[in-house]
Design a protein. Structure first.
Length: 351
């Protein structure tokens, strides 16, 4: 093997070892569906967001790796190229050659093109994070849905003139006299083209997955407040369940109340309840139902977010609508004969 071939082999070996495993970064298998990839990305993006990990020096790099992994694996074309040729194949597909490192410069001279390694640069300023509460119907949280939100985002546009930018504090040496110097701190700025911010309409699409719960955070990276000298911040929607007319949710269970007549409470009843996806739930009682009785319907609650095959329980609390007015003596005697109960009263502390 000649010297050039040896260098090529060593470089390709280094590139292969340095490539990121996007599946491992997101913690999903190579057969993961798009929905599973999105779910893993959202959890990790919130966990390693730099704003939530100010004391973790590695959080920013992890956050960017997570974003890069999601960008590739959520796109069918990029994912296919990555599966076949790895991260280096993606770089070549995007037309990104070397970035000036030693190996790239060397091999480019011989007609080879390789991706550059990542370099640490000074921290880029970032705009503020916007956090908003998003009310979602219980139907959407049960069935899943896509919600479109119109966002008017400030976008920088070129303008006339220049402005000071990238301002920073630097130490300068000032001569006070022969052999006398003083170190002073001085603000130094660059000259940049002037820009103005103009609002542009943008449509954001949120995927509401079955089983999402209150407090779930849905991030849109770089959709927050702009920064004139850096990158925009993030936009985070926090899921909140909108009040429902029939059901109340507690984790994966559903609760509702049912009022029945005294007649139904005594002799039984049968009815249908329309669920959140339109299917009918049969409710049948063939015995006496007392006020406050709870009817349990397993597997008729909410789907579990992590495993949609697990369904919670529907709890139905029954109330009895007693008749108003009074009964005749004959009716009272008939009721006594039917109930076959002695008169009984008992005081107790029910709190």
């Amino acid at each position: 093997m000649n010297r050039l071939g040896l260098f090529c082999f060593i470089y390709l070996l280094c590139v292969t070892l340095a490539e990121r495993d996007f599946y491992a970064i997101l913690g999903v298998s190579k057969s993961a569906t798009t929905s599973q990839i999105k779910k893993a990305y959202r959890k990790l993006a919130m966990k390693y967001h730099p704003d939530k990990n100010p004391d973790d020096p590695d959080a920013n790099e992890k956050f960017h790796d997570i974003g890069a992994a999601y960008e590739v694996l959520s796109d069918s074309e990029q994912r296919d190229i990555y599966d076949r040729y790895g991260e280096e194949g993606l770089r070549q597909h995007r037309g990104q050659g070397g970035g000036g490192d030693m190996f790239s410069s060397f091999f480019n001279g011989f007609g080879f093109s390789f991706g550059s390694t990542r370099e640490h640069s000074r921290e880029i300023p970032k705009g503020g994070t916007i956090t908003m509460t998003l009310e979602v119907s219980l139907e959407d949280l049960y069935n899943g849905n896509f919600i479109e939100i119109i966002r008017y985002k400030p976008v920088p546009k070129p303008s006339s003139g220049t402005r000071k930018c990238n301002c920073r504090q630097e130490m300068k040496t000032k001569q006070l006299g022969p052999g006398q110097f003083q170190m002073i701190q001085q603000q130094v700025c660059d000259e940049c083209p002037n820009v103005v911010f103009q609002n542009e309409e943008k449509t954001l699409e949120l995927e509401i997955e079955p089983g999402m719960q209150d407090g779930f955070e849905y991030p849109f990276i770089s959709e927050g407040e702009p920064h004139i000298d850096g990158e925009p911040g993030d936009l985070i929607f926090i899921i909140k369940t909108a009040k429902h007319s029939v059901f109340e949710r507690k984790e994966d269970d559903l609760y509702t109340n049912l009022t029945v007549s005294l007649r139904d409470a005594l002799i039984g009843f049968e009815m249908e309840l329309t669920h959140l996806d339109g299917h009918k739930v049969q409710i049948k009682r063939e015995k006496v139902t007392w006020p406050g009785a709870i009817i349990k319907k397993p597997n008729e609650g909410m789907p579990n977010y992590d495993n949609n095959n697990i369904i919670g329980t529907l709890y139905i609390t029954v109330d009895v609508d007693f008749p108003r007015g009074s009964f005749s003596d004959e009716d009272k005697e008939a009721i006594i004969q039917v109930l076959k109960q002695d008169s009984s009263q008992q005081l107790y502390n029910g709190l």
